[in-house]
Design a protein around this ligand. Structure first.
Ligand SMILES: Cc1cc2nc3c(=O)[nH]c(=O)nc-3n(C[C@H](O)[C@H](O)[C@H](O)COP(=O)(O)OP(=O)(O)OC[C@H]3O[C@@H](n4cnc5c(N)ncnc54)[C@H](O)[C@@H]3O)c2cc1C
Length: 430
């Protein structure tokens, strides 16, 4: 049962809510009550990273770390200066969870299972004295004249005698409800501006599915340039480089997901239409390619073009596709490649153009851009500038990172800052 009056109420039993509650309780705040609307807390941690949970990223310098957040960015310098990836690794180690770095910098639990992250957070909360209430949703909240908040909770039948609603008074409230609409409504009810949610980190579908036959091909690195149709958008061109995966419907992979994350709002504004230019060479310009093909005409004169690729890492399937598109017969010898077809081939290698046909499925990790405006939050304590006693953490804020552990890192950071600030706060009588 939730008592009638509590010191701290944390709404949302996800990564950020657990971090805030544990840090506050460990630092001496008594009676931290953590509400989770569903029957099980930490569901997203459990399903994250394909069941492995990509806890954070080996990006140790806060100044570099902020570059991985399309929304948040430089505003996060202060928070990361106090608690960044290295602090998260140390925090988890102190609580009994060792993280292991993969080649690309992502950090996972040594067990390779998200269950160990869930177990560590639950155990730390229990040991610190956090009281977890599952099946308990924060439904409504208002400020009290004498300080603190009046909250109405909806209890699932399994947790209350017969379910229903209860009223609770709390001194301080932490909203950690993730992307759930209820959290946005609660924040708005307490006076906050909500930046409308839009999807981030998704693949792109290509009109006419021109690369369908190449599904499964990975090219690394490629250069991408997205040119959006409308000049109404803030930034009509977006560029990224890195690994690209060809899918049945279009394109995905780290570079493409980064591109859609940074272009999320502009893509939404143009109804996911535009042109995508792909430089398959990973940075070579047309002149360098002309020179390379001219060399091949000399040095591989007697070989068939289709069986001798310009560089070994160019996928054979992609090479044959580009040759056909440029009107070059793969059985032709290099010596017989004429000037015009060579120019078309250079164009295909350095600037293949595709119409974007819409938003494709999400990548492995999916997040929402938008949420509580960062300008309304004191980022040293995560306390609202509009509503004293209220703190907002995690995905409910207008912060999102690219794929690679950055989204959880923001949850650990904002949760830690909120917890520390709770411990430092002056008691207010309720
Ligand atoms: C499939 C998938 C895989 C992902 N993998 C990764 C990854 O590997 N690495 C990474 O960095 N990020 C990953 N992410 C993103 C990451 O999961 C989120 O950024 C993170 O979980 C957000 O944490 P949060 O605490 O803000 O919100 P959440 O994890 O969404 O937690 C909010 C909690 O609040 C509860 N709640 C909502 N409303 C109320 C209410 N009114 N009262 C009480 N409780 C309420 C919800 O039930 C939920 O349990 C992944 C996301 C998805 C969907």
């Amino acid at each position: 049962m939730v008592p009638d009056a509590v010191d701290v109420l944390v709404a949302g039993g996800g990564a950020s809510g657990f971090m805030a509650a544990i840090v506050a309780a460990e630092a001496g705040v008594a009676a931290v009550h953590l509400l989770e609307a569903t029957a099980e807390p930490l569901t997203k941690v459990r399903i994250s990273g394909g069941g492995r949970c990509n806890v954070t990223h080996a990006c140790w310098d806060p100044r570099s770390l902020v570059g991985h957040y399309p929304r948040g960015s430089r505003a996060l310098r202060g928070p990361f200066a106090r608690f960044a990836s290295g602090d998260a690794v140390a925090w988890f180690a102190e609580h009994g969870l060792e993280l292991v770095e993969e080649e690309d910098g992502r950090l996972f639990p040594r067990s390779n299972s998200s269950e160990s992250v869930v177990a560590v957070l639950r155990q730390a909360a229990r040991r610190a004295g956090v009281v977890l209430h599952t099946g308990a949703a924060l439904q409504q909240v208002s400020r009290r004249e004498q300080g603190g908040f009046q909250a109405r909770l909806r209890l699932a039948a399994a947790t209350g005698a017969a379910g229903g609603t209860v009223n609770v008074v709390c001194r301080r409230l932490v909203l950690a409800t993730g992307a759930h609409p209820s959290g946005r409504q609660l924040a708005a009810a307490l006076g906050h501006q909500l930046i409308p949610p839009v999807p981030s980190l998704f693949s792109l579908a290509l009109a006419g599915q021109p690369l369908q036959q190449l599904a499964g091909v990975v090219m690394d690195p490629v250069d991408l340039e997205l040119r959006l149709d409308s000049d109404q958008v803030e930034q009509p061109r977006h560029r990224q480089s890195g690994a690209l995966l060809i899918t049945h419907r279009g394109l995905s992979g780290p570079a493409l997901l980064r591109l859609t994350a940074f272009a999320a709002r502009d893509l939404k504004a143009t109804a996911y239409t535009g042109e995508l230019r792909v430089n398959w060479t990973g940075g070579q310009g047309p002149d360098a390619m002309e020179a390379l093909l001219a060399d091949l005409r000399q040095q591989q004169a007697r070989r068939q073009i289709g069986s001798w690729r310009p560089w070994p890492a160019l996928s054979r399937r992609l090479w044959l596709h580009l040759l056909t598109g440029a009107g070059v017969d793969p059985l032709q010898r290099w010596a017989d490649l004429r000037r015009d077809p060579q120019r078309r081939l250079v164009q295909a290698l350095t600037a293949s153009c595709y119409r974007v046909g819409g938003r494709g499925p999400f990548g492995e990790e999916f997040v929402t851009a938008g949420g509580v405006d960062l300008g309304e939050i004191n980022l040293a304590s995560m306390e609202s500038r509009l509503c004293p006693g209220l703190q907002v953490v995690g995905e409910l804020l207008d912060v999102d990172g690219i794929t690679g552990g950055f989204n959880f890192q923001h949850c650990w950071t904002s949760g830690w800052l909120a917890g520390m600030a709770l411990a430092a706060a002056d008691p207010v009588s309720i």
